[in-house]
Design a protein around this ligand. Sequence first.
Ligand SMILES: Cc1cc2nc3c(=O)[nH]c(=O)nc-3n(C[C@H](O)[C@H](O)[C@H](O)COP(=O)(O)OP(=O)(O)OC[C@H]3O[C@@H](n4cnc5c(N)ncnc54)[C@H](O)[C@@H]3O)c2cc1C
Length: 336
Amino acid sequence: MSEFQFNYSLLSYNTFGVSVRASAFVLANNVADLRRVLMKTTLPVIILGGGSNILLTKDLNALVIKNNILGKSIVEETDDYAIIEAGAGENWHELVLWSIGKGLGGLENLSLIPGLVGAAPIQNIGAYGIELKDVFVKLEAVGLATGKTVTFKKEDCQFAYRDSIFKRNLKGKYCITKVYLRLSKNPKINIAYGAIQSTLKQMGVKNPSPRDVSNAVITIRSSKLPDPAILNNSGSFFKNPEIDRTTFEELRKQFPDVVFYESPNDRIKIPAGWLIEQCGWKGKRVGNVGCHTEQALVLVNYGGASGQELLSHAQNVANSVKEKFGIELTPEVNVY
Ligand SMILES: Cc1cc2nc3c(=O)[nH]c(=O)nc-3n(C[C@H](O)[C@H](O)[C@H](O)COP(=O)(O)OP(=O)(O)OC[C@H]3O[C@@H](n4cnc5c(N)ncnc54)[C@H](O)[C@@H]3O)c2cc1C
């Protein structure tokens, strides 16, 4: 366990690059560390991963525990699959590359998503037609109030689109310490997304391996999404809203060129980026904040913005979408 640090700056711990302080901060390198820290503190606790899905709007009167629980290995293997375990403090993208290096498929579409392994189940990370839940087996987590380790199987996590029980009923109640994933030795490649197909074509690849798909995803993401190391952001700020079919048909009468995708249970998903763009926010800068020039859904901090400025920009964007389309946008990013 590292030493407690007090009145600690979180500037370099969130990809929005917001300058706030935490009353106390500590690194947890293993589960024993974590338990000792939890026993010692009377402050509310916030678990921090890579800080790529949070918006900090004020100083935190809390103990921020930065998860640094490392380790990754194959724990079970057959001719068809392997189950891997990974410490919550492992870098997600490095785990993807490691698994591909072991000849395992399943994570390639999730290449280059920022952040740490422990946060992946929180919002059931997803990209290019794959979600964490597709390979997820179970996780171990320590109760912040009890210090006890609990195992959550896939069905316990209630995974949904950018959502899980850890964003709802169990929000802020557990620190995820280890994640188990089932990966395939005979991977079924998912290249349903046109952008992956065309990138593979440009790469001259005919029978793509997981590594080829990973390389294609890296190429696409690097060209489309701002790198937080260069331009502070937290990825997609809002979830893509889902509406019922009747509401959708009404909307389509008014906006015949509305972009949409069919979702399960007769729901229709509308890309939040399209809605935001139609309201004229794409590439628009207001003071130190704005909506990215290529991806309207990505809110950016051009430098020195406060969390409040970013939040108020997000609210203005959501209000104008509500006004124009009658659709409520909800943040994907965790706001503190
Ligand atoms: C450029 C960019 C692109 C992105 N693209 C995608 C994408 O394609 N798909 C996608 O799904 N997401 C995407 N994201 C969002 C983000 O990368 C993911 O949500 C990621 O899983 C966040 O990981 P993190 O470690 O940074 O979490 P943090 O931001 O540190 O934490 C996020 C939340 O999880 C909680 N948390 C973190 N670790 C733990 C733990 N061990 N136990 C309990 N709670 C924990 C935190 O308290 C917080 O509420 C993107 C972000 C950026 C900046």
